[in-house]
Design a binder for this molecule. Structure first.
Ligand SMILES: NC(=O)C1=CN([C@@H]2O[C@H](COP(=O)(O)OP(=O)(O)OC[C@H]3O[C@@H](n4cnc5c(N)ncnc54)[C@H](O)[C@@H]3O)[C@@H](O)[C@H]2O)C=CC1
Ligand SMILES: O=C(O)C(=O)Cc1ccc(O)cc1
Length: 309
């Protein structure tokens, strides 16, 4: 076990011990945000490698770092929170370990990008959705990953979606809501299915398209050094293809039905555009581009307004 210098945590903190399993971009940012704002008495990082433990302490992400949740589980109780921030398909083995180790008074929450698969994993492990489990998803992040990318202000003015069910404990839900509010996020609730449908279309589909586009240009188009001639539009459109491959492998598998549905709609529309370009159908192209520009301008104006309010 390794320890850092004190973060100056206050005794009236919102949360007792905050345990983050997977101290990367998402877990590390929440841990650092809570720690620097004095919103928890202690942050404990559970990591897989000694180097990550050292980095978590050096980056100010945690007060203590351990290699196994079993090292700290017995000291956790009411008002303590365990945040699971590992790739989506790695949540199930983590839950299987937590089941035998944690008191039901401890809040368990997560940040995985797909909620239906995590809920199904919890049902397989616990036989139900345990009341202490509050599923969530911060709609904030970037193409960066790892503990060195942790940013205490990552969640300021960003939305966090919680997906409580009738089985969720209202007290545990409130603790998780207050936790996110305390790092500057806007919190909203949504049914699990709606979450996966909306995020399948707005986040998972664009990532699939960006990866495919870059791969097409890199491997299928017969022109060496093609990226040398790329302009800003290419950079804007493809930033997200630099995201972590394991994370996105897990998301596509975990939300495959919704992503396939969105991909089918997109491929139909793309095929229609291909035909219009082949036919020289300027009316179709102008109509489509004008409609899309209007929708995108409306979205960016609304995003600017909500970040100012
Ligand atoms: N990157 C982003 O922009 C966003 C990611 N998410 C979700 O948050 C979760 C974490 O993503 P990031 O923080 O971006 O990834 P990351 O790669 O920065 O961090 C994940 C951490 O989990 C560790 N890890 C992996 N498997 C583990 C296991 N079995 N046990 C313990 N640790 C394990 C990795 O070593 C790494 O330190 C994922 O489920 C992702 O889908 C949610 C919102 C945004
Ligand atoms: O890099 C970006 O712009 C993202 O889209 C970040 C992101 C990745 C995964 C999520 O589940 C939510 C947000």
């Amino acid at each position: 076990m390794m320890e850092a210098a004190s973060s100056g945590a206050n005794s009236a903190a919102l949360i007792g011990k905050f345990v983050v399993i997977g101290a990367g971009l998402i877990g590390g940012s929440l841990a650092k945000g809570l720690r620097l704002r004095g919103q928890c008495r202690e942050v404990i990082a559970v990591v897989r490698r000694a180097e990550t433990a050292e980095a978590a302490l050096a980056e100010g992400v945690a007060d203590r770092a351990v290699l196994d949740i079993a090292d700290v589980a017995a000291e956790l109780g009411a008002n303590d929170v365990v945040f699971i921030a590992v790739p989506t398909l790695a949540v199930e083995p983590v839950l299987a370990q937590l089941k035998s180790l944690l008191s039901p008074t401890v809040v368990i929450t997560d940040g995985a990008s797909v909620k239906g698969s995590v809920a199904a994993a919890a049902r397989r492990v616990y036989g139900c959705l345990p009341p202490q489990l509050v599923l969530g998803h911060p709609i904030a992040g970037s193409e960066k990953s790892g503990v060195t990318a942790a940013n205490p202000d990552l969640y300021v003015d960003h939305r966090v979606i919680l997906t409580p069910t009738d089985e969720t404990s209202p007290e545990h839900l409130q603790t998780v809501r207050n936790m996110w509010l305390s790092v500057g996020a806007e919190v909203l609730d949504m049914p699990i299915d709606e979450h996966d449908q909306v995020l399948g279309a707005t986040s998972h589909l664009p990532h699939a398209i960006a990866y495919s586009l870059v791969d097409t240009l890199a491997h299928d188009i017969d022109s060496p050094n093609i990226f040398r001639y790329a302009a800003g539009g290419f950079r804007d459109f493809t930033r997200i293809a630099s995201s972590d491959p394991v994370m996105w492998h897990d998301i596509m598998k975990a939300n495959s039905a919704q992503v396939v549905r969105s991909l089918d709609q997109f491929m139909d529309n793309l095929a229609r555009m291909r035909q219009a370009i082949a036919d020289g159908d300027g009316e179709y192209l102008l109509d489509t581009f004008t409609r899309a520009k209007k929708a995108r301008d409306k979205y960016t104006q609304a995003a600017v307004k909500s970040s100012k309010s």
